[in-house]
Every structure is written in structure tokens, then in C-alpha cells.
Design a protein around this ligand. Sequence first.
Ligand SMILES: Cc1ncc(COP(=O)(O)O)c(C=O)c1O
Length: 438
Amino acid sequence: MQSRVWHPYTQMKDWNSFDVIVKGKGMWLYNAKGERLLDGVASMWCNVWGHSKDELVRAMIAQIQKLQHSSLFNLTNDKAEELAEKMVRLAPDMHRVFYSDDGSTAMEVSAKMALQYWYNKGEKKKTKFATLENGYHGDTIGTMSLGYVPEFFSRYKSVLFSAVRLPVPNRYRIPNGFTFEDYQNHCLDKIEYTLSKNNNIAAFVMESGAQIAGGVTIYPDSFQSKISKLCKKYDVLFILDEIATGLGRLGSMIEYQNQKSMPDIVSYGKMLTAGYIPLAVTLANKRIYDSFLGQHKEMKHFFHGHTFTGNPLACATALANLALYKKYNIISKIGKSSSYLQSRVDEMSRLGLVGDVRHKGMLMGIELVSNKAKKSPITPEKRIHQRIFKEAKKHKIYLRTLGHIVMLVPPLAISKQELEFLVDGTIDTINKVAQQIS
Ligand SMILES: Cc1ncc(COP(=O)(O)O)c(C=O)c1O
């Protein structure tokens, strides 16, 4: 039977047959034929414990038997309340939690909150956003405007709003004539200059700790904390996106704390429910929240809300998931797994096709190049993403590349043995693909 599914970010002409996944158990996905694949990308960077974790499945069943959905319009529900309390305790300086369905909508919420904050305060000029080049915040019109990855979004440019895009220091691609240290300072000088000269900037928006979808750029120490300070200095709101980098991915629970920075607004998604059900949150500090309070006729309240906002099943799953973070001390386990990944970096860097390996916590980006000296990215005609996927599948691994970058983003709780399997298989995969394209 012909499939009717249209897949995301996929040239459907090239991909006419997909494995049909029917079951997940632990770190493994099973297709209809019973063959298994190690989930090397945590089912798009969100899986924490592996699939079918008993404690989570039981918590979901218990909730679904009691209340499946009830709205946050004029009502509340016990799980949304409990989770909001929990998030505010976890995230320093945050005061209220706004619920949405996924990372893109959580970041739309952040942007609208920032715009309305200034509007409510009578600062009608502050309507622009500053962001980092190659940031990514989702696929809606608003979030594509904020996180503009040219390769993805140039075809939609006509309807995107303009944002000031500022440089981000990438250690592998430092412009000629700069040391890395100089280049960081140059980026920060540009950011400071822009914030100081433009009094119309509502907020600075960036991913916290690292950019992932835009090419895996891990920020140098103090880069984020300096931007945080600049935002305070020039009265620009600081919006952080921890959708992909918070809750353990980079080795910390709250990455902005690790980065010694302090947002006004911050969002979480992906791993919030261990990757079991969609849910995202946008947290705001008291300064933001208080600006929305007033008489009804002042119309200062937030004009945003989704059908499934604060869905109790999703919130109950997130609560059960966060309880497991504590029970199994996952952050300490991630430290060990991260050290293991780091111990394999040199070996991977020596592979013929590999230009650079960037790693932090449970995130690794392996940049493939056609010429190591010139650092030339492998061009799309080589169909590297398809070759890597197919070859990795032979090694029983599910991998997805971002352009010419192989991503290792496994479930956070992956065992040492499975991590070894993943790294060994990835090395073999890259070697086989190198032979194919040489
Ligand atoms: C940093 C970041 N923000 C936002 C998003 C969008 O999240 P979603 O795909 O859940 O809409 C992503 C997704 O990869 C992301 O990496």
C-alpha cells in the first residue's frame, strides 16, 4: 500500500521507503519485521530513559484513567499546577510558567511575551529582536524569523520579520587574521555596539549553551554570561532557548545556571516529558509577569493560548520524568557518559572525512569535510545524509545528519555498552561512506 505520510525535511522522491517502527524498548526501536535499531538521535533529541520505561508508562496510564484533558481557560488542573511549581523551583529567578505544545510554540510565546512586556510598559518603540547567526528556534513563521538557518528558510524569507543577526564564535571556522580569543571579543564587541546603538531592541534571543540545528556550535566559556550582562546593561530582555540544551543534554539540568547567565524568559521542551508526549513550557521572571497585571479594561493580559495548553497527561508525564531524574541521579550518569564520549574524540577526529568533532554532555557533532586542510564541507550532491543513514542502519544504528554534520544525540540514560556500540558503529559508518565517495 502506498504511504500517505509526508515526512519532515525530506526529499520524498529520494526516500520512497521508510522503516515502519512499531515498538520501542530501552534504547532500541523495532520495525515491523522485528529488526532493531539503536536510537542514536534520541528520537529527535528528546528521549531520556529509552523507550517504554516502566515507571513513566505507569504514570501515564494512571493519569489517562483519571483526566485526559481539561482546559486552562478559566480552569486549572492539578498536574499543570504541580509541574509549574516544580519548574519554578528548578529554574532560578523564574516566577510563572506558560504551557504550550512544542519547542516552536514555546519560543513563539517567548517572543510575544517580550513584545507585549514593552507594550504594556508603554515603550512602543521596542519591537525588534537581536539573535545569533545560525540560531534555530523552530519552524513557525515567528521562530524562523528569530532562528534563521539560511539553508532551511531562505524560501520563506518574503514573510519573515527582520531581526538583527550577530556573529557567534565557532572555533573551527575562525575568520582569517583572528585568534579564537580575539574573535570571541570581536563578536561580543559587535553585540555590545548593536545593543548600545539601537534603542528599539525588545529582546536578545539565543540557544542556551550551544547551537544545535544551526551546526553544533558550543559557546566558549563566559560568552553567554557576557551577553546576559550586556542585556542588563542596555535594558534589553534576555530570552534563552533551552528546548534542546536544557534538562541534561549538555550535562546540566538548567544550562543557564551552568553558563552563569540570567534570562528574563526561558523555554524547555523535548526532554521535559522524556520524549514521550508533546509538551513545552515558557518560564518568565516576576518583572515580566507583573507587567501583564492590570485592570481588565487595560487589556494587558497575554493574548495567547492553545487548545492543549497545560494538558494534564503531558504534565503528569513530565512530573514522573523529573522525579526519575532525581531518583536515578541522571546528571551524574551523564557526566560519566560524557567523559566516555570525550575519550573517543581524537580517534574520530583522525578519520579521513572528519574535519571537526564538537562535543559537550550528550551532544556530539561530527563535521564531515571533503578537504581537511581547506575545511570544505561535503556538498549536497554527495547525498551524505542518505549514505550515512543507510550505512548506519547496516550497523543497527538510527542516525540522522544535519547537512554534512553527523549528530550523536543519544537518550541521556544510555548505558556505557550501548554508547560504545553507537560510537564504534558511527566510526565504521563514516569509514564506509568515505570509501563510497572517494
Ligand atoms: C533549540 C531549539 N529550539 C526550538 C526547537 C523547536 O522545537 P520543536 O521541534 O519541538 O517545535 C528545536 C528543535 O529542534 C530546537 O533545537
